[in-house]
Design a protein around this ligand. Structure first.
Ligand code: G3I
Length: 342
Protein backbone atom coordinates (compact mmCIF):
# COMPACT_ATOMS: atom_id res chain seq x y z
CA UNK A 1 0.00 0.00 0.00
CA UNK A 2 0.94 3.66 -0.16
CA UNK A 3 4.13 4.36 1.69
CA UNK A 4 4.86 6.97 4.33
CA UNK A 5 6.33 9.25 1.67
CA UNK A 6 3.12 9.41 -0.34
CA UNK A 7 0.93 9.69 2.80
CA UNK A 8 3.10 12.55 4.06
CA UNK A 9 3.03 14.27 0.68
CA UNK A 10 -0.76 14.62 0.80
CA UNK A 11 -0.14 16.80 3.86
CA UNK A 12 2.76 18.71 2.28
CA UNK A 13 5.40 16.89 4.27
CA UNK A 14 8.40 15.16 2.67
CA UNK A 15 9.19 11.88 4.41
CA UNK A 16 12.45 10.06 3.84
CA UNK A 17 15.10 7.90 5.43
CA UNK A 18 18.79 7.20 5.81
CA UNK A 19 20.18 4.44 3.60
CA UNK A 20 23.47 2.65 3.07
CA UNK A 21 24.97 1.70 -0.31
CA UNK A 22 25.91 -1.79 0.90
CA UNK A 23 22.32 -2.62 1.81
CA UNK A 24 21.02 -1.29 -1.51
CA UNK A 25 23.51 -3.57 -3.21
CA UNK A 26 22.84 -6.73 -1.23
CA UNK A 27 19.15 -6.69 -0.29
CA UNK A 28 16.27 -6.54 -2.78
CA UNK A 29 13.64 -6.33 -0.02
CA UNK A 30 15.52 -3.32 1.34
CA UNK A 31 15.46 -1.61 -2.07
CA UNK A 32 11.73 -2.31 -2.40
CA UNK A 33 10.94 -0.97 1.08
CA UNK A 34 12.96 2.21 0.51
CA UNK A 35 11.38 2.76 -2.91
CA UNK A 36 7.90 2.28 -1.39
CA UNK A 37 8.30 4.38 1.75
CA UNK A 38 10.79 7.15 1.03
CA UNK A 39 10.47 10.43 -0.87
CA UNK A 40 13.92 11.66 0.26
CA UNK A 41 17.18 9.86 1.06
CA UNK A 42 20.26 10.64 3.11
CA UNK A 43 23.46 8.53 3.05
CA UNK A 44 23.99 7.12 6.54
CA UNK A 45 27.74 6.84 5.93
CA UNK A 46 28.81 7.48 2.36
CA UNK A 47 28.95 11.30 2.42
CA UNK A 48 30.83 11.55 5.71
CA UNK A 49 34.44 12.68 5.77
CA UNK A 50 35.85 9.23 6.62
CA UNK A 51 34.05 7.75 3.62
CA UNK A 52 34.72 10.57 1.15
CA UNK A 53 38.35 11.38 1.96
CA UNK A 54 39.86 8.42 3.84
CA UNK A 55 43.36 9.72 3.22
CA UNK A 56 44.31 13.31 2.60
CA UNK A 57 43.88 14.01 -1.08
CA UNK A 58 42.42 10.58 -1.88
CA UNK A 59 38.66 10.84 -2.45
CA UNK A 60 36.36 7.85 -2.70
CA UNK A 61 33.00 8.89 -4.11
CA UNK A 62 32.02 5.43 -5.39
CA UNK A 63 29.68 4.47 -2.51
CA UNK A 64 28.04 7.91 -2.62
CA UNK A 65 27.73 7.65 -6.40
CA UNK A 66 26.04 4.26 -6.02
CA UNK A 67 23.43 5.91 -3.79
CA UNK A 68 23.02 8.89 -6.14
CA UNK A 69 22.61 6.58 -9.15
CA UNK A 70 20.00 4.38 -7.47
CA UNK A 71 18.15 7.43 -6.12
CA UNK A 72 18.12 8.94 -9.63
CA UNK A 73 16.70 5.70 -11.03
CA UNK A 74 13.90 5.91 -8.44
CA UNK A 75 13.48 9.68 -8.86
CA UNK A 76 14.07 10.20 -5.15
CA UNK A 77 16.11 13.28 -4.10
CA UNK A 78 19.11 12.95 -1.78
CA UNK A 79 20.27 15.26 1.02
CA UNK A 80 23.86 15.41 2.27
CA UNK A 81 25.25 14.45 5.70
CA UNK A 82 27.67 15.66 7.16
CA UNK A 83 30.42 18.08 6.14
CA UNK A 84 31.87 19.36 9.48
CA UNK A 85 31.54 16.91 12.37
CA UNK A 86 33.73 15.53 15.14
CA UNK A 87 32.86 11.89 14.36
CA UNK A 88 33.56 9.79 11.24
CA UNK A 89 36.85 11.68 10.96
CA UNK A 90 39.53 9.73 9.08
CA UNK A 91 42.65 9.11 11.15
CA UNK A 92 44.67 11.81 9.36
CA UNK A 93 42.18 14.64 9.96
CA UNK A 94 42.50 15.52 13.68
CA UNK A 95 46.29 15.73 13.36
CA UNK A 96 46.03 17.95 10.28
CA UNK A 97 43.59 20.27 12.04
CA UNK A 98 45.91 20.49 15.04
CA UNK A 99 48.70 21.87 12.86
CA UNK A 100 47.18 25.35 12.98
CA UNK A 101 44.55 27.65 11.58
CA UNK A 102 45.81 28.01 8.03
CA UNK A 103 46.32 24.27 7.64
CA UNK A 104 42.87 23.59 9.04
CA UNK A 105 41.24 26.11 6.70
CA UNK A 106 43.07 24.54 3.75
CA UNK A 107 41.93 21.05 4.67
CA UNK A 108 38.33 22.19 5.10
CA UNK A 109 38.37 24.12 1.80
CA UNK A 110 39.78 21.13 -0.10
CA UNK A 111 37.10 18.80 1.30
CA UNK A 112 34.26 21.20 0.58
CA UNK A 113 35.63 21.82 -2.92
CA UNK A 114 35.35 18.14 -3.78
CA UNK A 115 32.24 17.21 -1.80
CA UNK A 116 30.14 20.14 -2.99
CA UNK A 117 31.40 20.12 -6.56
CA UNK A 118 31.00 16.36 -6.93
CA UNK A 119 27.39 16.31 -5.81
CA UNK A 120 26.44 19.70 -7.27
CA UNK A 121 22.92 19.61 -8.66
CA UNK A 122 22.29 16.17 -7.12
CA UNK A 123 22.48 17.09 -3.41
CA UNK A 124 20.77 20.44 -2.77
CA UNK A 125 20.66 20.34 1.02
CA UNK A 126 23.56 19.49 3.33
CA UNK A 127 24.08 19.12 7.05
CA UNK A 128 27.00 21.53 6.85
CA UNK A 129 27.74 21.50 10.61
CA UNK A 130 26.69 18.51 12.69
CA UNK A 131 26.32 18.50 16.50
CA UNK A 132 28.20 21.70 17.39
CA UNK A 133 26.57 22.18 20.81
CA UNK A 134 28.24 20.85 23.95
CA UNK A 135 26.20 18.38 26.00
CA UNK A 136 25.45 19.95 29.40
CA UNK A 137 27.15 18.47 32.50
CA UNK A 138 24.16 16.29 33.46
CA UNK A 139 23.86 14.56 30.09
CA UNK A 140 24.43 10.90 29.27
CA UNK A 141 27.69 11.86 27.57
CA UNK A 142 28.64 15.26 28.99
CA UNK A 143 31.09 17.32 26.96
CA UNK A 144 34.50 17.77 28.61
CA UNK A 145 34.56 21.43 27.63
CA UNK A 146 32.78 24.37 29.30
CA UNK A 147 30.45 24.80 26.28
CA UNK A 148 28.32 26.21 24.80
CA UNK A 149 30.14 24.79 21.75
CA UNK A 150 31.27 21.15 21.92
CA UNK A 151 35.01 20.77 22.48
CA UNK A 152 36.03 19.29 19.10
CA UNK A 153 39.09 19.38 16.81
CA UNK A 154 37.19 22.00 14.77
CA UNK A 155 36.71 24.28 17.76
CA UNK A 156 40.32 23.88 18.83
CA UNK A 157 41.68 24.55 15.33
CA UNK A 158 39.46 27.41 14.26
CA UNK A 159 37.85 28.78 17.43
CA UNK A 160 34.11 29.40 17.95
CA UNK A 161 33.85 31.02 14.51
CA UNK A 162 34.33 27.61 12.82
CA UNK A 163 30.56 27.24 12.49
CA UNK A 164 30.30 30.56 10.62
CA UNK A 165 33.41 29.74 8.58
CA UNK A 166 32.01 26.39 7.43
CA UNK A 167 28.64 27.92 6.50
CA UNK A 168 30.24 30.78 4.55
CA UNK A 169 32.61 28.41 2.71
CA UNK A 170 29.70 26.15 1.73
CA UNK A 171 27.62 29.09 0.50
CA UNK A 172 30.57 30.45 -1.49
CA UNK A 173 30.94 27.10 -3.26
CA UNK A 174 27.30 26.63 -4.13
CA UNK A 175 24.88 29.53 -3.59
CA UNK A 176 21.96 27.25 -4.51
CA UNK A 177 22.50 24.96 -1.52
CA UNK A 178 20.15 24.84 1.46
CA UNK A 179 22.56 24.99 4.40
CA UNK A 180 21.46 23.06 7.47
CA UNK A 181 22.87 22.94 10.98
CA UNK A 182 22.00 19.57 12.54
CA UNK A 183 21.78 18.74 16.26
CA UNK A 184 20.49 16.11 18.69
CA UNK A 185 19.32 16.03 22.30
CA UNK A 186 17.03 19.05 21.98
CA UNK A 187 13.66 17.27 21.83
CA UNK A 188 12.69 15.91 25.21
CA UNK A 189 11.33 17.31 28.45
CA UNK A 190 14.49 17.07 30.56
CA UNK A 191 16.76 19.73 32.11
CA UNK A 192 19.63 18.68 29.83
CA UNK A 193 17.55 18.99 26.67
CA UNK A 194 16.22 22.36 27.86
CA UNK A 195 19.78 23.61 28.38
CA UNK A 196 20.87 22.25 25.01
CA UNK A 197 17.87 24.01 23.37
CA UNK A 198 18.95 27.26 25.04
CA UNK A 199 22.52 26.84 23.80
CA UNK A 200 21.42 26.03 20.26
CA UNK A 201 19.00 28.97 20.10
CA UNK A 202 21.74 31.32 21.29
CA UNK A 203 24.02 30.08 18.50
CA UNK A 204 21.26 30.41 15.90
CA UNK A 205 20.35 33.94 17.04
CA UNK A 206 24.01 34.92 16.80
CA UNK A 207 24.45 33.44 13.31
CA UNK A 208 21.21 34.87 11.92
CA UNK A 209 21.79 38.20 13.63
CA UNK A 210 25.14 38.54 11.88
CA UNK A 211 23.82 37.49 8.49
CA UNK A 212 25.76 34.23 8.42
CA UNK A 213 24.34 32.06 5.61
CA UNK A 214 22.06 29.44 7.19
CA UNK A 215 18.73 28.14 5.92
CA UNK A 216 17.57 25.33 8.18
CA UNK A 217 17.95 23.53 11.46
CA UNK A 218 18.03 19.73 11.49
CA UNK A 219 16.60 18.17 14.64
CA UNK A 220 17.86 14.61 14.76
CA UNK A 221 15.16 13.19 17.05
CA UNK A 222 17.01 10.16 18.35
CA UNK A 223 14.30 9.79 20.98
CA UNK A 224 14.38 7.63 24.09
CA UNK A 225 11.32 6.11 25.78
CA UNK A 226 13.16 6.52 29.08
CA UNK A 227 12.87 10.30 28.71
CA UNK A 228 9.61 12.22 28.96
CA UNK A 229 8.35 14.11 25.94
CA UNK A 230 5.96 17.02 26.40
CA UNK A 231 4.81 18.96 23.29
CA UNK A 232 4.89 22.41 24.91
CA UNK A 233 8.64 22.95 25.44
CA UNK A 234 9.45 21.44 22.04
CA UNK A 235 6.74 23.46 20.25
CA UNK A 236 8.07 26.64 21.86
CA UNK A 237 11.57 25.75 20.69
CA UNK A 238 10.38 25.20 17.11
CA UNK A 239 8.52 28.53 17.19
CA UNK A 240 11.72 30.30 18.25
CA UNK A 241 13.64 28.68 15.37
CA UNK A 242 10.91 29.57 12.89
CA UNK A 243 10.86 33.18 14.19
CA UNK A 244 14.50 33.43 13.04
CA UNK A 245 13.34 32.66 9.50
CA UNK A 246 14.88 29.19 9.54
CA UNK A 247 13.25 26.03 8.22
CA UNK A 248 13.01 23.01 10.51
CA UNK A 249 13.72 19.41 9.51
CA UNK A 250 13.45 16.23 11.55
CA UNK A 251 16.55 14.47 10.26
CA UNK A 252 17.23 11.18 12.10
CA UNK A 253 14.11 9.90 13.87
CA UNK A 254 14.39 6.65 15.75
CA UNK A 255 13.31 5.59 19.22
CA UNK A 256 15.46 3.90 21.80
CA UNK A 257 13.61 1.70 24.26
CA UNK A 258 14.51 1.59 27.90
CA UNK A 259 16.52 -1.16 29.52
CA UNK A 260 13.41 -1.66 31.58
CA UNK A 261 11.27 -1.90 28.45
CA UNK A 262 8.60 -4.54 28.89
CA UNK A 263 9.60 -7.94 27.54
CA UNK A 264 6.23 -7.98 25.82
CA UNK A 265 7.02 -7.03 22.24
CA UNK A 266 3.53 -5.77 21.46
CA UNK A 267 3.64 -3.49 24.49
CA UNK A 268 7.06 -2.14 23.55
CA UNK A 269 5.96 -1.55 19.96
CA UNK A 270 2.87 0.30 21.18
CA UNK A 271 4.96 2.62 23.37
CA UNK A 272 7.30 3.34 20.47
CA UNK A 273 4.36 4.04 18.15
CA UNK A 274 2.76 6.39 20.69
CA UNK A 275 5.99 8.37 21.09
CA UNK A 276 6.61 8.61 17.34
CA UNK A 277 3.09 9.91 16.76
CA UNK A 278 3.19 12.45 19.59
CA UNK A 279 6.59 13.77 18.55
CA UNK A 280 5.89 13.98 14.81
CA UNK A 281 2.48 15.59 15.31
CA UNK A 282 4.20 18.27 17.37
CA UNK A 283 7.04 18.67 14.86
CA UNK A 284 4.71 18.99 11.85
CA UNK A 285 2.40 21.40 13.67
CA UNK A 286 5.53 23.35 14.61
CA UNK A 287 6.48 23.76 10.97
CA UNK A 288 8.62 20.75 10.06
CA UNK A 289 7.99 19.95 6.37
CA UNK A 290 10.78 17.40 6.02
CA UNK A 291 10.96 14.33 8.24
CA UNK A 292 13.54 11.55 7.92
CA UNK A 293 13.90 8.43 10.00
CA UNK A 294 17.38 7.08 10.62
CA UNK A 295 16.75 3.96 8.60
CA UNK A 296 13.52 2.08 7.84
CA UNK A 297 14.04 -1.41 9.24
CA UNK A 298 15.13 -2.67 12.65
CA UNK A 299 17.29 -5.16 10.77
CA UNK A 300 19.96 -2.54 9.95
CA UNK A 301 19.44 0.09 12.65
CA UNK A 302 22.53 1.44 14.39
CA UNK A 303 20.42 0.80 17.50
CA UNK A 304 20.86 -2.90 16.83
CA UNK A 305 24.58 -2.78 16.22
CA UNK A 306 26.29 -0.01 18.22
CA UNK A 307 27.59 -1.17 21.62
CA UNK A 308 26.91 2.29 23.08
CA UNK A 309 23.14 1.84 22.78
CA UNK A 310 22.79 -1.94 22.99
CA UNK A 311 20.15 -3.46 25.27
CA UNK A 312 21.07 -6.21 27.74
CA UNK A 313 20.47 -9.94 27.24
CA UNK A 314 20.48 -9.80 23.47
CA UNK A 315 17.33 -7.72 23.11
CA UNK A 316 17.45 -5.11 20.37
CA UNK A 317 15.79 -1.74 20.12
CA UNK A 318 12.87 -1.67 17.75
CA UNK A 319 12.95 2.01 17.00
CA UNK A 320 12.16 2.09 13.27
CA UNK A 321 8.88 1.80 11.32
CA UNK A 322 9.55 -1.62 9.74
CA UNK A 323 10.62 -4.75 11.61
CA UNK A 324 13.61 -6.88 10.61
CA UNK A 325 11.45 -8.68 8.04
CA UNK A 326 10.25 -5.40 6.50
CA UNK A 327 6.76 -5.66 7.98
CA UNK A 328 5.13 -2.40 9.00
CA UNK A 329 4.97 -2.03 12.78
CA UNK A 330 2.62 0.03 14.97
CA UNK A 331 5.28 2.75 14.72
CA UNK A 332 4.56 2.95 10.99
CA UNK A 333 0.88 3.56 11.76
CA UNK A 334 1.73 6.13 14.40
CA UNK A 335 3.85 8.05 11.90
CA UNK A 336 1.12 7.83 9.25
CA UNK A 337 -1.41 9.21 11.75
CA UNK A 338 0.91 12.09 12.63
CA UNK A 339 1.27 13.01 8.96
CA UNK A 340 -2.47 12.76 8.45
CA UNK A 341 -3.05 15.27 11.28
CA UNK A 342 -0.96 17.69 9.22
O1 G3I B 1 34.44 1.76 8.90
C1 G3I B 1 33.73 1.05 7.92
C2 G3I B 1 34.23 1.40 6.55
O2 G3I B 1 35.58 0.97 6.40
C3 G3I B 1 33.37 0.71 5.52
O3 G3I B 1 33.77 1.13 4.21
C4 G3I B 1 31.92 1.09 5.73
C5 G3I B 1 31.04 0.31 4.77
O4 G3I B 1 29.75 0.83 4.86
O5 G3I B 1 31.53 0.76 7.05
C6 G3I B 1 32.27 1.43 8.02
O6 G3I B 1 31.71 0.95 9.21
C7 G3I B 1 30.91 1.72 9.99
C8 G3I B 1 29.89 2.66 9.34
O7 G3I B 1 28.97 3.13 10.39
C9 G3I B 1 29.02 2.04 8.25
O8 G3I B 1 28.16 1.10 8.84
C10 G3I B 1 31.75 2.62 10.90
O9 G3I B 1 32.79 1.88 11.46
C11 G3I B 1 30.80 3.12 12.01
O10 G3I B 1 31.48 4.00 12.89
C12 G3I B 1 29.66 3.90 11.37
O11 G3I B 1 28.72 4.23 12.40
C13 G3I B 1 27.79 5.23 12.03
C14 G3I B 1 27.97 6.44 12.97
O12 G3I B 1 26.98 7.44 12.68
C15 G3I B 1 29.34 7.08 12.82
O13 G3I B 1 29.49 7.57 11.50
C16 G3I B 1 26.38 4.67 12.19
O14 G3I B 1 26.16 3.65 11.22
C17 G3I B 1 25.36 5.78 11.99
O15 G3I B 1 24.04 5.30 12.26
C18 G3I B 1 25.66 6.95 12.92
O16 G3I B 1 24.75 7.97 12.60
C19 G3I B 1 24.87 9.16 13.42
C20 G3I B 1 24.67 10.37 12.51
O17 G3I B 1 25.64 10.36 11.48
C21 G3I B 1 24.72 11.66 13.31
N1 G3I B 1 23.73 11.63 14.41
C22 G3I B 1 23.89 10.46 15.30
C23 G3I B 1 23.77 9.17 14.51
C24 G3I B 1 23.86 7.96 15.43
O18 G3I B 1 25.11 7.93 16.05
Amino acid sequence: GAGLGSLARTHSVVFGTAIQARYLEQDAAYRDAVATEASLLVPEWEAKWAALQPEEGRFDTAPLDAILAWARSQRIPVRGHALVWHNAMPDWLPAALAEGRQRALGVLAAHLDVALHHARGQIRDWDVVNEPIANPPGSDVPDPGPGPLRDTPWLRALGPSYVETALRMARERDPTLRLTLNEYGVEEDTPDAAEKRRRLLALLRDLVGRGVPLDAVGIQAHLQLARPFRPEPFAGFLAQIRSLGLAVLVTELDIRETHAAPQDLARRDALVAERAEAFLACAVQGGARTVLSWGLTDRYSWLATEPAVALPNGRVHRGLPLDADYHRKPMWNGMARAFARG
